[in-house]
Design a protein around this ligand. Structure first.
Ligand code: AP5
Length: 213
């Protein structure tokens, strides 16, 4: 099963990808997570990517395409994967298709999580993430039991650098301009399924599971 999760920042891609990976035992591949890990390592990739991320801009296609190319060839991807945050441009989608074709594979379904910009602002302003296990929380819709501490592993919760209002607005503009055209791209291939992203996490997960199945 090879799935792409599309949707604006804060639409719940990461949340749903975490649940899907558990349910179907296939890995989630998040370009955002890979890039953030590189930034916190301070390695060459992180130095290149960090400046774009801080400004809410996309990291250049050739960098992220290279990351994905290596990742999808790893052994744990043999039975499938969930792409969270990739592709984000038409060029990335075309490169992905080329890579998969050379491996005799294809994308099965693209799930678009539809959430309006107002809801995105509320969700991202209240988001916190565990430094250790990546579990995600929200101040009102999914608060941790103890402030700043992960329920799952006791790790420290942090707020992402790019989750301030000015950068969120930039990310939304970039999404509208560069990523939203992918909906038509996958609609033309008969692969797009749209899931209304409003509702509880569990409600949305049932919708996504139906689409993926
Ligand atoms: P990335 O990390 O991919 O960020 P994003 O796309 O902006 O998406 P988010 O992670 O912010 O949100 P999400 O949709 O995963 O929502 P989540 O589940 O967390 O990318 C970051 C940056 O990296 C980019 O700006 C770019 O610079 C770079 N980058 C990454 N990939 C790239 C690529 N392919 N090409 C170029 N550059 C790239 O949920 C958000 C919050 O809402 C959480 O608090 C959660 O608890 C809450 N929530 C979730 N579901 C619900 C619900 N149903 N109801 C209420 N609250 C909910």
């Amino acid at each position: 099963m090879r799935v792409i999760l599309l949707g604006p920042p804060g639409s719940g891609k990461g949340t749903q990808a975490n649940l899907l990976q558990e349910r179907f035992s296939i890995p989630k591949i998040s370009t955002g997570d890979i890039l953030r890990a590189a930034v916190s390592d301070g390695n060459e990739l992180g130095k290149q990517a960090g400046a774009y991320m801080d400004q809410g801009q996309l990291v250049p296609d050739e960098i992220v395409v290279g990351l994905i190319k290596n990742r999808i060839q790893e052994a744990d991807c043999r039975n499938g994967f969930i792409l969270d945050g990739f592709p984000r441009t038409i060029v990335q989608a075309e490169k992905l298709e080329e890579m998969l074709r050379s491996m005799n594979q294809d994308i099965d379904v693209v799930v678009d999580l539809e959430v309006d910009h107002q809801e995105v602002l509320v969700r991202l302003a209240g988001r916190s993430t565990c430094k250790q296990c990546g579990a995600m929380y929200h101040t009102t819709s999914h608060p941790p039991k103890a402030v700043g501490v992960c329920d799952e592993c006791g790790g420290e919760l942090y707020q992402r650098e790019d989750d301030n209002e000015a950068t969120i607005l930039k990310r939304l503009t970039v999404y509208d301009r560069q990523t939203a055209p992918l909906k038509q791209y996958y609609e033309n291939q008969g692969k797009l399924k749209t899931a209304p992203g409003r509702g509880t996490v569990d409600e949305i997960f049932s919708r996504v599971c139906e689409m993926v199945n």
